[in-house]
Write a protein that binds this ligand. Structure first.
Ligand SMILES: Nc1ncnc2c1ncn2[C@@H]1O[C@H](COP(=O)(O)OP(=O)(O)OP(=O)(O)O)[C@@H](O)[C@H]1O
Ligand SMILES: [Mg+2]
Length: 403
């Protein structure tokens, strides 16, 4: 073959390899196709693609020209073992004119070493790391030249880049999944704890306060109308008042701890009912039906609750608007008021230390992977906007694991 023809051929090969490695295929499929292309381009008889398994610290056959493809996954070598293991360990190519004379060679019956004589083995390098090894073998003895080595190195590195990308993508997707599971478990755990507390306050403290109140009432009756009983009666009256207040507080705490409305009605009506608890300003709630996982519903409900409390406590607003919509980018919750607004940067240190509301809003949004926008300026009112992105259409069959 002339030099020009060879050069032309290698460009075409690289084009093919780029096509194969950027297609949406799994690692095995890519390895198979690359093996076939490389065998033809280097005029060899067989090609093996081994990938490094970092956990096992071994190279594992990931692709081969037929009939050896049936051994994919089963043929493995320790790093340093055999020629492929040596190349993986040293990150250097090996050109072997006669493998029987090379003491690195290790006979593997399944790969029928007896049928082949010469070989070249090159490391697949991505960002300085060996991700695999590419081997070509020929039946007849031959001298693989520099051209072959250069071409194989280019192919190996192209593949390495694609495999490394797939690996990084998979790792990222796994981490995202772990984070998502963590978020939903955290919110669930929080809610469970709140339910437990609500139950405890209800069954324990509240019940005792109720019976205390009845005892006080009975004592009050028993003292009767006698003159000297006036002090006793005054004390009993104050005690009853305290018991009533404590009971009201306990009930308030229970309502705050557990969003019953979410269980009973769902997020939209839950927000409407939140709106109805506000007094002293016009509350305009407009909700669309949205689909969200339960932990995200709870998080949005709590965010709206805190944002509305802030409006009542700080905004001096005449109107507050609550919007829940399903948009292209996700489910959007907006709470906006026309009050005094504030400058987040200039909230004083002490105030910031004792303020948990905005921090809590931010944390809840982060936990459910939502974006948060807080817009406020003194004199212009405040807007809190949270967008929960739609989940990917089909998380099980997307990119992870593909090259
Ligand atoms: N809608 C609003 N209008 C005007 N100021 C606000 C509004 N929301 C928050 N702020 C300002 O931001 C500060 C921080 O709010 P944040 O909710 O973190 O704390 P807080 O309401 O003071 O206390 P906590 O929520 O812990 O009971 C508030 O003290 C207030 O100065
Ligand atoms: Mg607050």
């Amino acid at each position: 073959m002339s030099e020009a023809a060879r050069g032309h051929g290698s460009v075409r090969l690289l084009e093919h390899i780029i096509e194969v490695t950027s297609a949406d295929l799994d690692v095995r499929e890519v390895s198979q196709r690359v093996a076939a292309l490389v065998t033809a381009a280097t005029d060899s008889d067989v090609c093996f693609v081994h990938l490094v398994d970092d956990e096992l610290q071994r190279v594992v056959l990931a692709g081969a020209t037929p009939p050896f493809d049936e051994h994919v996954g089963r043929v493995q070598l320790a790093l340093g073992e055999g020629i492929a293991g040596w190349v993986a360990k040293h990150a250097k190519p090996a050109v072997v004119p006669d493998k029987w004379k090379d003491n690195r060679y290790r006979y593997i019956p399944e790969l029928r070493g007896q049928d082949f004589t010469s070989m070249v083995s090159v490391p697949m390098l991505a960002r300085g790391r060996v991700v695999g090894v590419l081997n070509v073998h020929s039946r007849a003895a031959r001298d693989y030249g520099d051209d072959d080595l250069v071409l194989l190195t280019q192919v190996a590195n192209l593949m390495a880049g694609a495999i490394e990308n797939a690996r990084l993508y998979r790792r990222l997707a796994e981490r995202e999944e772990v984070l998502e599971r963590f978020a939903s478990r955290t919110v669930e755990a929080q809610e469970l704890e709140r339910r437990r507390l609500a139950g405890e306050i209800h069954d324990g403290i509240s019940q005792r306060l109720v019976s205390l109140w009845y005892h006080l009432l009975a004592a009050d009756d028993a003292v009767g109308p006698a003159e000297d009983a006036s002090t006793v009666r005054r004390e009993l009256g104050m005690a009853k008042e305290l018991a009533t207040e404590a009971l009201a507080e306990a009930r308030g705490a229970i309502t705050g701890l557990r969003p019953f409305v979410l269980d009973d009605l769902g997020l939209g009506p839950g927000l409407e009912s939140l709106g109805r608890t506000l007094t002293g300003l016009e509350v305009d709630v407009d909700v669309e039906p949205v689909v969200l996982p339960p932990h995200a519903e709870v998080a949005l409900y709590r965010i709206a609750q805190e944002a509305l409390q802030n409006v009542v406590k700080h905004a001096e607003a005449t109107t507050v608007r609550v919007r829940l919509t399903s948009a292209d980018d996700g489910v959007r919750l907006v709470v906006s008021d026309d009050g005094v607004g504030f400058d987040e940067d200039s909230i004083a240190g002490a105030e910031r230390r004792h303020s948990y509301g905005l921090v809590g809003i931010r944390e809840r949004a982060e936990l459910i992977g939502a974006s948060l926008r807080l817009a406020s300026r003194p004199g212009t009112g405040t807007t809190v906007e949270v967008v929960v992105p739609h989940p990917p259409a089909d998380p099980g069959h997307g990119h992870p694991g593909k090259v």
